[in-house]
Design a protein. Structure first.
Lengths: 371, 322, 404
């Protein structure tokens, strides 16, 4: 391959990689807008009594299939349940420092949702009203949203053969548009769920913590967790059970799990949106698209050049050997001509040329035709 | 400077005791009318907000009269309050500003702190923390006190900061400086204690017999709340209790657990006058009427550890509509 | 040349499929697996995913993603690894290994997509990702790269079918020439895409730090996936060569046979270096993330097994094999390394995933999921055999012996 050919190839490689860049560059860093006026719900677990009215309301409002056990049966809260495609909210009982506390589970409607970041068909949207909505009409069913969700919320219709979709709490978005409260909030007989602007709810939660010293853990779950969520949780501050034998031993503060962990909430999600964890890797994509062709093109050029030089050297060597041989043959023939006459010289030249050709042919046969 | 202050204080105390011992005045006659304590400490004393720095206006809070006699009877040992083991006045170490002897714990904290870290040996208690322990541990108290939290408003503070109005400005200043003679102190305290009238409690008969809660009766029948039974059981629980008597110093205070946030009255407004049927968007934290009922009833029952009815047994309180 | 046992299809007898119809044990087993797989396929697409899998809401990705996708893509890395070594790095003596490697890669990727169709709720909507591109998603990047790379591999591979079919349709020769000219840019494009999506398969798990065990979760997980994919590529060439020598030896020409061992040794040496590097990367990563306490737990024991039994051990086997020019050691190393990669992908996607959940809520694949995975592998082998029987993969076509 000559130099021009090589440059042509390099050029086309550049064009192709440029096209690749154009396509992939969109996969770069992108952040969701934050909606300051969005709505949220504050879940005060000190008020929740585990009556499952929210579950019932959710089921009716969203026309979900009837569960096996009726909603009046509150014993189901004793087993650990999670949200599924057919139960968008569930209430579970937890032991917080030995006391029964109920917590409602549903989509947290993150400010910058992991599911929306993970979805490769843009099914999930954070709406200005605070809800995270899902459009099943373009869902491919890859379930990466379920892998991504740090709260184990979305459920998948595994039993559906032809139109299986991911399902989760919608924040009753259609009801919000009509000016109604979400079904569960409306149904709660204890006002354990308070609906309002997220910013107001934060103030309200702080006021509740301040006005009732010793009642709440001084932490609003969801204020910052996973980048902040629209649904937030207050946990009761229950004193840790005191061990009996603390007479003389210096009293260590008993390392016990914090109340939120006991409520099944992960305190280690960090304050950045989950999607941001992938942005570093995604940001490297355009760099690799830009740099790799140069790197490997260069490597190719180097190896090509080395090969060409090797070939040239080899050819020069062969040429030199050939010339040497020809000169030697010529000298020998001239000598024979001088001593034995031209007839003998011709015979000798023919014999020597034939011998050389035979050798060359043997070489070719041994090493393959072109190497 | 600080050591000088201590010396000055000690000198003042010595002087005060000397005066007390040598000249039996008219004051001790009044003090003597109170029952004497076993320990020999005064039966009641005025606790002044003792301050090292001269403050022309005096400290803001009215001094508190501490009934040493009643408290001595109520606790096992002196160390419960005198946590160093040395029976000296609180203000010896805990002044308004705090000082080194009291690990800079101010008088306010020493009297009001509620979350006190456990110590090796004797853990100090404050007035409020000890009283709170009582209201939480005693079942007859725990119901109301799980839904009522103490507030910092004049009515609440005045329950303890109640020194008699006959105290002169001069006496007050002297008390704050720590120079008030002990016996004058005792006279003031005795006067205050004697002026305290245990108010006549309302009787259960003053309230309605039954209240039908029907404002929301849609899914369920109205709930027949046995008002008189509830009030009488609460009153029975605290009958003759000194702590309860001292703090429930106005008859309507007991009503104010449920009939909260309105001026004390024997004819409080209805719940529905504040709590609307649907949540009021202007007051998002004010529970709606249904939740208000449930929070009050269940809050109290939960605090009292009333086993039945269960929170989720709806039809015990209001029968299902047929 | 001497290998006249090679059946080269001619204009009159274009198909050479008689080998499929001899009742050898291999053929019988393949037939059974394919039949069972077909039945499960029908159940899967008429009753639903839940009918044949143990997947649930906590474990939405199971064996089909963990094996068919993660392992499938990784083990098909031989394509880019071999072509880069041969065409870009100028190791001309690897030339005979390129076509089998590209074929395996192409089949690997093609059947990754096939397996993916089983796992997707809406398989027909797969192209939706191009209509509604979720550009913040790692999966979008994976999808885009895999789709593009599959096209690249198809073009790279299609030289062989063109050579095969040209005996009946001579006009295809022109196209073949065009494609041969594209080799270098396609190779460079292929390695770029491979780097991207091999690493991105690891990046998929970056979004779930709470679910993947800390010993495997790392900000560098994309790098681990990429580095281990190079090992997988090299190992698969050796491993597959070993199997090919057993099964389709009679389709190899003299050049292939002569170069095969050299390829094994060279790749073993490369894989050994990379495995050592991979071992150090993982070790340092564990240390800098202060995960040492986890090493002394149950998962830590599993991590140590992986580190020493499936990274360090194959590295040593490879080193010995390359140094002593021992094919046995190289092959042992290849088997060990491939098993290690598969284990690693299983660990990330299933064993160490959802490690906080109680064991009752954990996932174990159902027998039918395993059957479908076996079905997919059998399909790959069957198509591979068909291609090898008919097209110039392991031998050079006598009509196109034009030097390279």
């Amino acid at each position: 391959m000559n130099r021009r050919k090589f440059l042509t190839f390099m050029g086309s490689a550049g064009v192709i990689s440029a096209l690749g860049t154009a396509k992939v560059a969109k996969a770069g860093v992108h952040t969701f807008p934050y909606y300051p006026n969005s709505y949220g719900v504050l879940h005060d677990t000190t008020r929740c009594i585990g009556c499952r009215r929210c579950e019932e309301a959710c089921n009716i409002v969203n026309k979900l299939p009837k569960p096996e056990k009726p909603f009046a049966d509150t014993t189901v809260t004793h087993t650990k349940r999670r949200t599924s495609a057919y139960a968008w909210t569930v209430v579970n009982k937890y032991q917080v420092n030995g006391k029964d506390v109920f917590r409602k589970l549903q989509c947290f409607h993150c400010n910058d949702p992991a599911c929306a970041s993970a979805c490769f068909a843009k099914c999930f949207q954070k709406q200005p009203d605070g809800s995270v909505t899902y459009d099943g009409s373009q869902c491919v069913g890859c379930r990466y949203c379920m892998v991504a969700c740090p709260f184990y919320v979305p459920g998948f219709q595994y039993d559906e053969a032809f139109d299986p979709l991911v399902q989760k709490c919608t924040f009753c978005e259609p009801r919000l548009k009509e000016g109604k409260l979400p079904g569960c909030v409306e149904a709660c007989p204890m006002d354990a769920l308070t609906f309002g602007r997220r910013s107001d709810l934060l103030n309200l939660a702080r006021a509740r913590i301040a006005e009732n010293p010793g009642k709440y853990v001084n932490y609003i779950y969801g204020e910052h967790d996973a980048g902040g969520t629209a649904w937030m949780v207050l946990a009761p501050a229950a004193p840790a059970p005191q061990p009996a034998d603390t007479k003389d031993a210096p009293k260590e503060t008993q390392p016990h799990e914090d109340e939120f962990t006991q409520l099944g909430l992960d305190r280690h999600l960090g304050s950045q949106p989950m999607g941001e964890l992938t942005y570093g890797a995604l940001g490297a994509v355009p760099m690799i698209v830009a740099f790799w062709p140069v790197l490997f093109g260069g490597a190719y050029a180097i190896s090509k050049r080395r090969e060409a030089r090797y070939k040239a050297e080899k050819e020069a060597h062969i040429e030199a050997t050939k010339n040497d041989l020809a000169a030697a043959v010529d000298a020998a023939v001239r000598k024979i001509e001088e001593t034995q006459g031209p007839g003998a010289a011709d015979t000798a030249r023919r014999a020597m040329t034939e011998a050389l050709q035979a050798r060359e042919a043997a070489n070719v046969a041994e090493h393959g035709e072109d190497k | 400077m600080r050591n000088g202050t201590v010396l000055l204080l000690l000198a003042a105390m010595a002087l005060a005791s000397a005066v007390c011992l040598t000249s039996p005045g008219t004051g001790s006659a009044i003090a003597a009318t109170l029952e004497a304590t076993d320990s020999g400490a005064p039966s009641a004393i005025v606790m002044f907000p003792v301050s090292a720095k001269p403050n022309p206006k005096g400290s803001a809070m009215a001094p508190t009269v501490f009934n040493h006699l009643n408290h001595e009877k109520a606790v096992d040992k002196c160390e419960t309050c005198h946590h160093t083991g040395d029976p000296v006045a609180c203000s010896t170490c805990h002044t308004v500003e705090g000082k080194a002897e009291g690990k800079f714990i101010t008088l306010e904290r020493a009297m009001h702190a509620t979350s006190i870290q456990e110590r090796i040996g004797q853990t100090p208690t404050s007035c409020v923390s000890c009283h709170e322990q009582q209201t939480k541990a005693r079942r007859e108290c725990a119901g109301c006190h799980s839904i009522v939290t103490s507030k910092r408003d004049p009515a609440w503070c005045a329950t303890c900061h109640n020194v008699t109005s006959s105290m002169t400005e001069q006496q007050r200043k002297a008390g704050i400086d720590g120079t008030l003679p002990r016996e004058q102190n005792e006279i003031l305290a005795a006067e205050t204690v004697q002026a305290q009238k245990y108010s006549r409690m309302l009787t259960p008969m003053d309230g309605p017999y039954k209240v039908s809660i029907d404002a929301l009766a849609k899914k369920y029948q109205p709930s027949n709340f046995t008002h008189r039974r509830h009030v009488s059981s609460l009153m029975e629980g605290i009958r003759g209790d000194k702590l309860a008597g001292a703090f429930h110093n106005r008859p309507e205070i007991l009503c104010a657990t449920c009939h909260h946030h309105s001026p004390l009255s024997t004819t409080p407004p209805k719940c529905g006058s504040c709590h609307t049927k649907d949540i009021d968007s202007k007051h998002p934290d004010r529970p709606n009427l249904k939740a208000a009922y449930h929070l009050q009833c269940m809050g109290c029952h939960k605090g009292m550890q009333v086993g039945r009815p269960k929170n989720t047994d709806c039809t015990t309180c209001h029968k299902a509509r047929p | 040349m001497a290998e006249h046992s090679i059946v080269i299809p001619t204009r009159d007898k274009l198909f050479n499929i008689s080998e499929f119809f001899t009742p050898t044990p291999g053929n019988i087993i393949s037939g059974i697996i394919l039949a069972v797989g077909l039945v499960i396929t029908i159940i899967r697409f008429t009753v639903g995913i839940g009918a044949v899998t143990n997947l649930d809401d906590n474990q939405p990705w199971g064996l089909w993603i963990g094996f068919d996708l993660l392992c499938g893509v990784c083990l098909a890395a031989g394509g880019y690894f071999t072509t880069v070594a041969c065409y870009i790095m100028g190791q001309k003596h690897f030339h005979s290994a390129c076509r089998p490697a590209v074929l395996t890669a192409f089949l690997g990727y093609a059947f990754v997509v096939v397996a993916l169709l089983y796992d997707l709720g809406h398989p027909l909507r797969l192209p939706f990702m191009f209509f509604f591109p979720g550009t913040t998603s790692v999966l979008f990047e994976v999808g885009l790269c895999v789709a593009t790379y599959l096209t690249v591999l198809f073009i790279e591979f299609s030289i062989a079918p063109l050579e095969w079919l040209s005996c009946r349709f001579p006009w295809l020769i022109k196209w073949r020439k065009v494609l041969v000219m594209c080799t270098i840019p396609l190779t460079i494009f292929g390695v770029t895409l491979s780097t991207l999506h091999q690493s991105s398969l690891g990046s998929l798990y970056l979004i779930a730090p709470g679910k993947l065990h800390p010993l495997w979760y790392s900000p560098f997980i994309p790098m681990f996936f990429f580095v281990s994919s190079m090992v997988a590529g090299a190992s698969m060439v050796i491993f597959e060569g070993m199997l090919a020598h057993k099964g389709v030896h009679h389709y190899m020409d003299k050049t292939h046979l002569r170069e095969a061992n050299e390829v094994s040794f060279a790749f073993a040496r490369a894989a050994s270096f990379i495995l050592f590097a991979y071992f150090m990367l993982k070790l340092i990563d564990m240390l800098v993330q202060a995960n040492l306490p986890y090493v002394f737990t149950g998962y830590g024991a599993w991590w140590l097994v992986e580190m020493f039994g499936f990274i360090l051990l194959p590295a040593l086997l490879y080193a010995k094999g390359a140094r002593d020019r021992s094919l046995t050691f190289c092959r042992l190393g290849a088997v060990n390394a491939v098993a290690g990669i598969v284990l690693n992908r299983f660990t990330v996607s299933m064993i160490a995933f959802n490690y906080t959940l109680p064991s009752a809520e954990r996932y174990f694949p159902s027998i039918w999921e395993i059957c479908i995975s076996m079905f997919v592998v059998t399909m790959i082998i069957t198509v591979y055999r068909f291609v090898v029987y008919n097209m110039p993969i392991l031998y050079e076509h006598p009509n196109f012996r034009d030097g390279h």
